[in-house]
Design a protein around this ligand. Structure first.
Ligand code: GLU
Length: 304
């Protein structure tokens, strides 16, 4: 038996001693209002047990982690048709990079860079009756938690400063890869990024990806094959231009966000969520990555 609580306590102790905690994202001004000393981990085993340490119940802005949830909803609604509008190759570029999108004629490299997530947002806006409410209900449903909500201050802050996202959406529109109005699609995209969740809630939301598409809280929402494919995209594209480094150091599929959260999972075994708001130069949580490296090393568990 692995003593998970002991491992999490050890990680908490070692990580909290780090002097360099990285830098909080400030390009979205509202995100800067967070204490850099926050650090939390929540581990959800597929068998049901849970372990936690630090600020694991505190809400934070999940940002790009939401891109996995919007992809899951789009795949469950539209199936493989979505792949006509975007690819599944790592970009090796920052999340908001634009020149590749122009070079590749408006076909985003993958659903986790901003242009790809904006295409997924467009698909959901076309397919959902009340896009923002329906997406929020989907996240609440797979998590089994009706308290989850958007932080509208963060949405507004992104709207006021999201110049590159406006550029990406306009570029997509010029290549006929955006069916709805730029404003409408970005309004949805800025809301999804502004979802606030805790590590404990994220572990529950991502349970279905580790459990062959079956949720912890409600009836299954993805096929086994869809869960497999989403995990593959997380492994290859989940960490901006640091996906290789994350696979090398941690060895799990996962997704990060500029709010400092990271969710990673080992299929059939567990989901682990960490939060530490300070980011490294590539936009991933500095101590979060460190914590996950320690976790897979100490627990001796990874996909490799
Ligand atoms: N809402 C953020 C943006 O579009 C997401 C960035 C991220 O977490 O990668 O810039």
């Amino acid at each position: 038996m692995i003593d998970y609580q002991n491992i999490l306590n050890t990680i908490n102790q070692s990580v909290r001693q780090e002097k360099d905690k990285g830098k909080i994202a400030s390009y979205i001004p509202e995100l800067a209002n967070v204490d850099i000393n926050n650090f939390g981990v929540h581990l959800q085993l597929i068998s049901g047990e849970q372990y936690a340490v630090g600020n694991s119940q505190q809400l934070f802005s999940i940002q790009s982690i939401s891109k996995v949830l919007s992809l899951a909803l789009a795949m469950s609604q539209m199936g493989t048709a979505i792949w006509k509008r975007l690819d599944v190759e790592p970009s090796g570029n920052p999340f908001n990079h634009l020149s590749l999108l122009e070079l590749e004629k408006g076909l985003p490299r993958n659903p986790f860079i901003n242009s790809g997530a904006i295409v997924i947002a467009d698909i959901l806006v076309s397919n959902l009756e009340n896009p923002k409410t329906d997406f929020l209900n989907y996240v609440r449903d797979i998590t089994g938690d009706n308290s989850i909500n958007y932080n509208l201050k963060v949405t507004q802050s992104e709207k006021e400063t999201g110049f590159k996202n406006y550029a990406a959406a306009n570029l997509l529109k010029s290549f006929n890869n955006l069916n709805n109005d730029v404003e409408v699609v970005l309004d949805f995209y800025f809301h999804q990024c502004a979802l606030e969740m805790s590590c404990a809630q994220l572990s529950k939301a991502f349970y279905l990806f580790a459990n062959k598409g079956e949720c912890l809280a409600s009836k299954g929402r993805l096929t086994k094959s869809q869960a497999k494919r989403i995990n593959a995209i997380m492994l290859t594209c989940g960490f901006y231009d640091e996906a290789g480094e994350f696979a090398f150091e941690v060895g799990l599929p996962g997704k990060s966000g500029v709010g400092g959260g990271i969710v990673a999972l080992l299929p059939n075994e567990f989901v682990i969520s960490v939060w530490s708001p300070g980011l490294n130069e590539r936009g991933n949580s500095k101590l979060g990555m460190q914590a996950l490296e320690q976790f897979t090393t100490l627990a001796n568990q990874s996909i490799f």
